[in-house]
Design a protein around this ligand. Sequence first.
Ligand code: FE
Ligand code: ZN
Ligand code: FE
Ligand code: FE
Length: 158
Amino acid sequence: MKTLADAFEHTLKDIYYAENAIARALPKVIEAVSQNEFKSALLSHLAETKEQIKILAKVFKTIGVSPSGEKCDAIEGLIKETDGIIKEAKGSVARNAALAGACQAVEHYEIARYGTLREWAKTLKNEEAHVLLSEILDMEKAANNKLNAIAINSLNKD
Ligand code: FE
Ligand code: ZN
Ligand code: FE
Ligand code: FE
């Protein structure tokens, strides 16, 4: 990795790997959740995640690279933590609240990555990638805000 363009390509592959890992991991989380509003928020974010993977393919196209992932250790760790909660949290209140927190950690990771990537795209004068990545960033922020509201209003109760 030498140039900003190299860093952009590397980080794009990182988030592409992460989105695919999230799409594979979410069904298990959805199954473990017992509160309807939370469950349906995750179901719609799973559909959105699949959409994001398609948008990322368009971003790869703007740099003439075919879509591929590069192992993201951060998302592997976050998914591992989430699996741990599913195994350990027996009570439904603890489980739902802890899973909402875990899902928000994933959204925050994504927000960090897309925030960086879209600014690099701008610096690299890749306006198309800037717009596409900003589109995904907005989805991630909205997903995080929705989870936050559900947690505060419905899940974090004892
Ligand atoms: Fe995503
Ligand atoms: Zn890497
Ligand atoms: Fe990563
Ligand atoms: Fe997300």
